[in-house]
Unconditional design. Structure first.
Length: 318
C-alpha cells in the first residue's frame, strides 16, 4: 500500500511538472530558478496560475481582502455651515429612520459649535418705546448656562417691562455696561451656529448681525410648524411650541420671562428636529461657486521669478 501511494504521488507530480513546462513555454510562468531565489509574492502568483491551469481551485488565502474603508462620521471643528447641513443629510439617509442614529448625529458634529441665546429688553427713549438690552443668557448644546448677565442700557430706563422681561430696578445694581456685555457675548457667538426664537430681536438688541447660514430661528422653522400642524407662514410662540412639542410649560406667572429658560427651550426644540431641519437646509443651499483659476502672474510669491521681470531690466543686469 505505501508503494502504491508513492507511485500515485510520483505520477501526479510528473503530470504537474509536465504541465508546468508547457506553461513556461507559453510564457505564462517564468522558468523556475534555484530554491529560495524567488520572492514569496512571485511564488504565490505562480502557484495560483498553475493551480488554475490544472483545474484546481486556488486556496482562499491567495488573495488578501482589502481592509474596508471606514468613513468617519465626524467633521472638523472648522467645518462650514453648508458642510454641516449636508453632513446631516447624509446621516439621515444612512440612519434608515433609526432614532439612535438621529440622536447621535450631533455628537458626531461637534456640539461645541452650537449655542442658544435669549435676551430680555427694557424700554428707553421717548415713552419707553425703544428696546434696549437688559439681560442676556447663552446656553450650550446640552442646555448648560455659559453666560447670564444683567446689562445696563446706554440710555436711562423708562419702562422696566417687568411683566414680560422680569427685570427690576434691583437687577441694575450689579449690571455691567452694554459695551462690555456686547464684547463678551459676541466673542461667544463667533463662528457658532446660534439658535433662538425670533432671534432677530436679540441680535438687534445686541446691535449685531449674525450670518444667516449660521442662524437657526425656531419661530421660522418649517419642520417645527409642520409638527404642530400649523401653516408654514403662521407665526408661533415659543410658549406654544414648548407646550405642544416638549410638553412643558414656560413663561408662566407674573414675574416675567426667564431668558435662561427660553434659551434652553429653543435649544431643546432645535435638537428635537435637528437632522430633519439640517437636511431641509442642505437641500435649499445654493451650489458652491467653482474655485477661481489663479493667475500665476498675480501670485506675489512668484514676483521675483525671472520670467516676471521686464526684458530691458534683465538685459541691463547681465
Amino acid at each position: 500500500a505505501p508503494k502504491a501511494r508513492s507511485k500515485k504521488r510520483s505520477r501526479k507530480h510528473q503530470r504537474f511538472m509536465e504541465r508546468r513546462a508547457v506553461l513556461e513555454q507559453k510564457g505564462l510562468l517564468s522558468p523556475r530558478g534555484h530554491l529560495g531565489s524567488q520572492s514569496p509574492e512571485t511564488e504565490l502568483e505562480e502557484h495560483t496560475t498553475l493551480a488554475k491551469a490544472n483545474g484546481i481551485a486556488a486556496p482562499c488565502c491567495d488573495k488578501v481582502p482589502e481592509p474596508k474603508r471606514i468613513v468617519s462620521s465626524s467633521l472638523s471643528p472648522s467645518a462650514s455651515p453648508d458642510s454641516i447641513a449636508r453632513h446631516h443629510s447624509v446621516l439621515l439617509s444612512q440612519g434608515n429612520g433609526s432614532s439612535k442614529k438621529v440622536q447621535t448625529s450631533s455628537l458626531a458634529l461637534h456640539p461645541g459649535k452650537y449655542v442658544a441665546i435669549d435676551c430680555e429688553m427694557v424700554g428707553t427713549g421717548p415713552q419707553g418705546r425703544l428696546s434696549e438690552l437688559a439681560r442676556c443668557s447663552v446656553v450650550n448644546y446640552e442646555g448648560d448656562v455659559i453666560y447670564d448677565k444683567y446689562v445696563q442700557p446706554e440710555l436711562p430706563i423708562v419702562d422696566y417691562r417687568t411683566r414680560w422681561s422680569g427685570i427690576t430696578k434691583q437687577h441694575m445694581k450689579n449690571a455691567i455696561p452694554f459695551k462690555a456685555a456686547q464684547a463678551e457675548i459676541l466673542k461667544i457667538l463667533k463662528d457658532k451656529i446660534v439658535v433662538g426664537h425670533a432671534i432677530h430681536n436679540d441680535f438687534q438688541a445686541l446691535k449685531y448681525f449674525h450670518p444667516k447660514d449660521r442662524t437657526r430661528d425656531t419661530s421660522q422653522s418649517r419642520v417645527l410648524k409642520k409638527r404642530v400642524g400649523l401653516p408654514v407662514r403662521a407665526s408661533v410662540s415659543l410658549k406654544n411650541l414648548a407646550r405642544h412639542l416638549l410638553h412643558k410649560k414656560i413663561q408662566v406667572g407674573c414675574k416675567g420671562h426667564s431668558s435662561v429658560e427660553d434659551a434652553q427651550t429653543a435649544m431643546e426644540l432645535y435638537r428635537l428636529v435637528e437632522v430633519q431641519w439640517e437636511k431641509e437646509l442642505a437641500h435649499s443651499l445654493p451650489p458652491r461657486p467653482p474655485s477661481p483659476i489663479s493667475d500665476p502672474a498675480a501670485d506675489s510669491s512668484q514676483y521675483l521669478d525671472d520670467q516676471y521681470w521686464p526684458t530691458d531690466l534683465m538685459a541691463s543686469s547681465l
